[in-house]
Design a protein around this ligand. Structure first.
Ligand code: GTP
Ligand code: MN
Length: 211
């Protein structure tokens, strides 16, 4: 059996979407999305910013991806419909960027006290100018200033020193994240080739947290 990855949340195990829709139908389901682009900008005119990744500061003071609970998974609302509704509410996402099955990445079964929650996670790459447009629209979201307190770009610049103490990404991962959003961010960044698995392992160890 494979040894579990360091960044796997002990309270969240991988589950396939299909299985979650058959065996976990009675459970609550939620879906969140990581929207990202390449970046052409440089910090101080010399350090490439590499990528833009959008993440939100939530009402509860934690970082998390935009998205939320799906209404009535048994009936009217599909996972993508629910996700897109939440993306509209939380970040005013233009419908031309709405998520489809093509952006689906993976699902997790999360244990919350006595309850369980199935989390579906989506990854969407856009162009840099589209990313800027998406950011600009956020402050007009219905939930802006209440559920969504802000958006930030995850600092992934300075690749040479990425795993050193106090590197931007090492510092960022020390924040508090909701649910298993930190695991999603780490796995999303690997999937999108922002960091390799080996690079992420070093970053994770340096960030000094198990969860
Ligand atoms: P309400 O309006 O309060 O119902 O919120 P919501 O529908 O926007 O749901 P929310 O985004 O808070 O997601 C529901 C649950 O999913 C949260 O209570 C967390 O446990 C979890 N959650 C929130 N954000 C993330 C995220 O980025 N990733 C993961 N895996 N879970 C998250
Ligand atoms: Mn939400």
């Amino acid at each position: 059996m494979d040894r579990p990855c360091l960044w796997k949340d002990p309270n969240a195990v991988a589950i396939s979407k299909e299985e979650s829709l058959t065996s976990m139908r009675d459970c609550k389901h939620a879906a969140h999305a990581m929207i990202y682009s390449f970046s052409s900008k440089s910090l101080f005119g010399r350090i490439p910013m590499q990528h833009n990744i959008l993440i939100t500061m939530r009402f509860d003071g934690t970082f998390g991806f935009p998205g939320g609970l799906i209404n009535n998974i048994e009936g009217s609302e599909s996972i993508e419909d629910g996700l897109n509704r939440e993306l509209r509410e939380e970040i005013n996402l233009d419908l031309r960027f709405f998520m489809t099955e093509n952006e689906y990445f993976r699902s997790y079964l999360q244990t919350l006290g006595k309850g369980k929650l199935v989390n579906h996670f989506y990854l969407k790459q856009v162009s840099e100018s589209e990313f800027f447009d998406i950011e600009k629209r956020c402050i007009d979201a219905g939930d802006w200033g209440t559920e969504t307190l802000g958006i930030v770009r995850v600092p992934v610049q300075e690749k040479a020193g990425y795993h050193q103490k106090n590197s931007p990404i090492v510092n960022f991962l020390r924040h508090n994240f909701v649910g298993n959003a930190k695991q999603e961010l780490v796995e999303g960044m690997i999937k999108c080739d922002i960091f390799s698995h080996d690079e992420m392992l070093k970053i994770w160890k340096m960030s000094g947290r198990v969860k």
